[in-house]
Design a protein around this ligand. Structure first.
Ligand code: FE
Ligand code: CA
Length: 515
């Protein structure tokens, strides 16, 4: 990330392409600049991407310290990091209705290359972000790299994982699997460290509450660095709204018509704070999260939304033995429309690989601790929707689709495993890499006694780790490698990153191989 100091002459002259990088550093207190929340890019196309910022001179105050009027923001995209050659620029309106956020859909750029972007408003200039366009859909692509991460409880630890992944080179995109904010305190694993910092306010319910929660998270410089460094595909999970929500249902039995008001506030705040296209602007509670992207002829990405359209968790939610409700053949975790979209897309796909980027664990994982217990399943994961999982795996088998890699988050542990034809038995039909958390759960340990028992009981899932970090995916034409990177601690800022495990998948041969 390059910090561009404030320079009034640059701004009076507009964002002219000929203006050199500012040489004079003008002091400016943090409270003066509206660009306290950083910049972001997302949802790339072969000729562009979304660039985002949100004006907030006083980010934690009501209306973020702004008058409730429209504000003009200048934006600029250059083909070099010093802005010697501007390739696109314009003015955008920061609407008070949208929390003074800006979502510019930049177009007309070249495919598969980096660009740099920045914003200016009221005499202040933002930091610079780097964004990358998609390769042309027909491009012959030898390889790509993406990073998977998410689950960033602000109180649980520092965002060192974001700092480190911002420094990763040759990254085509970062995929966020959700839990960008947490609405509640807690969610700290038993025995984990106490909070290292605190939420500024109680649980959010109103739009202004959620705006302030996003603002607090986005003030973190490590998170800002990760946004500035890479182009993101964002998907949400539960904590952007409320723990373990499921379509119209929250976990507390709140009447649907009342919970829907909260969903509406949460969906709008999510849109305002993410680099999403206008096609994801919410209508009431509805927001378009599931979407598709192609990286040349190499990879089709299917970004799922397993929260908005799912049936309620069965058997009372939580870790439970299977009850009859869970086995209902009609149960859905994606909803009919999204399921049809995914199944048709997978069947028609012609690319080397399919990435199914999903929020909650798809492979069945028996979590019982002793032989005398009944098998225990996480009812918030696909284990609570076994008919939906079977429909997907049956489809892969019937259509002979053998190039699917499933990526997941939510668990705050790392897992590598196989999706098999007969629950935990039979041939592998797809491979799943589930990434841990950026911070949720605190420091963690390599393998807790509880997960040691789970590891022993689930031979289709031979890797479990309970530290914080992210997963780097290197996708080649025949070979896919997943690298699990973990931090020794996140309760201090000097955590050390190391590679904990690597796995490979060979194209056409679902299942794990040692890398
Ligand atoms: Fe989480
Ligand atoms: Ca979650």
């Amino acid at each position: 990330m390059i910090l561009h100091p404030f320079n009034r002459r640059t701004l009076i002259g507009g964002l002219a392409a000929t203006v050199a990088a500012p040489a004079i550093v003008r002091a400016q207190s943090v409270s003066d600049t509206p660009f306290t929340l950083g910049v972001a890019s997302g949802d790339p196309s072969p000729d562009g991407f979304v660039i985002w910022t949100r004006l907030a001179p006083k980010p934690l105050e009501l209306h973020s310290g702004l008058r409730m009027t429209k504000t003009t923001v200048n934006w600029e995209v250059a083909s070099d990091d010093r802005f010697a050659t501007t390739v696109a620029k314009g003015e955008a309106i920061a609407h008070p209705e949208l929390g003074h956020s800006i979502h510019v859909e930049v177009a007309g750029l070249q495919p598969n290359r980096p660009y740099w972007y920045r914003f200016a408003s009221g005499g202040a200039m933002s930091t610079v972000g780097k964004a990358r366009t998609l390769p042309a859909p027909s491009a012959n692509l030898a390889q790509l790299r993406f990073i998977a991460g998410g689950c960033q409880h602000y109180e649980a630890g520092y965002y060192t994982a974001y700092r480190r992944l911002a420094e990763e080179a040759d990254v085509d995109f970062f995929w966020h699997y959700g839990d960008y904010i947490y609405e509640g305190t807690g969610f700290h694993a038993p025995g984990s460290n106490p909070p290292v910092r605190n939420h500024h306010a109680d649980e959010p319910y109103s739009l202004d509450d959620y705006r302030a929660r996003y603002a607090q998270y986005k003030l973190d410089p490590d998170l800002q660095a990760a946004h500035a460094a890479h182009t993101w595909w964002v998907t949400w999970d539960d904590h952007e709204t409320d723990n373990n929500w499921a379509s119209r249902f929250d976990q507390d039995g709140t009447p649907e018509e009342i919970f829907n008001l909260r969903r509406q506030a949460a969906a709008q705040a999510y849109y305002e704070n993410m680099p999403l296209r206008r096609t994801s602007l919410p209508h009431g509670t509805a927001i378009q999260i599931f979407r598709q992207a192609s990286y040349g002829d190499l990879l089709d990405c299917w970004f799922l939304d397993t929260r908005q359209f799912r049936d309620d968790q069965p058997c009372g939610d939580g870790l439970k033995a299977v009850c009859p409700e869970a086995l209902d053949a009609k149960r859905t975790i994606m909803g009919a429309e999204e399921e049809k979209w995914l199944f048709n897309g997978l069947a028609k796909g012609t690319r080397r690989w399919n990435l199914v980027a999903n929020q909650v664990m798809m492979m069945p994982l028996d979590r019982r601790q002793t032989d005398s217990d009944a098998p225990q399943w996480n009812m918030d994961s696909w284990a609570g929707y076994p008919a939906a999982r079977k429909r997907l795996l049956d489809h892969l088998q019937a259509q002979k689709i053998r190039n699917v890699v499933v990526t997941t988050g939510d668990e705050h542990q790392n897992f590598a495993g196989e999706l098999r034809a007969k629950v935990t038995e039979g041939p592998a039909l797809a491979t799943e890499f589930l990434g841990t958390s950026i911070s949720t759960g605190g420091d963690g340990v390599d393998l807790s006694p509880r997960y040691k028992a789970v590891l022993a009981r689930n031979p289709h899932c031979p890797f479990i780790n309970s530290q914080r970090g992210y997963v780097v995916h290197d996708v080649g034409r025949e070979h896919w490698q997943a690298t699990f990177k973990v931090l020794d601690k996140i309760t201090t800022r000097d955590g050390k990153l190391s590679t904990r495990a690597k796995f490979a998948v060979e194209r056409g041969q679902p299942g794990l191989k040692t890398a």
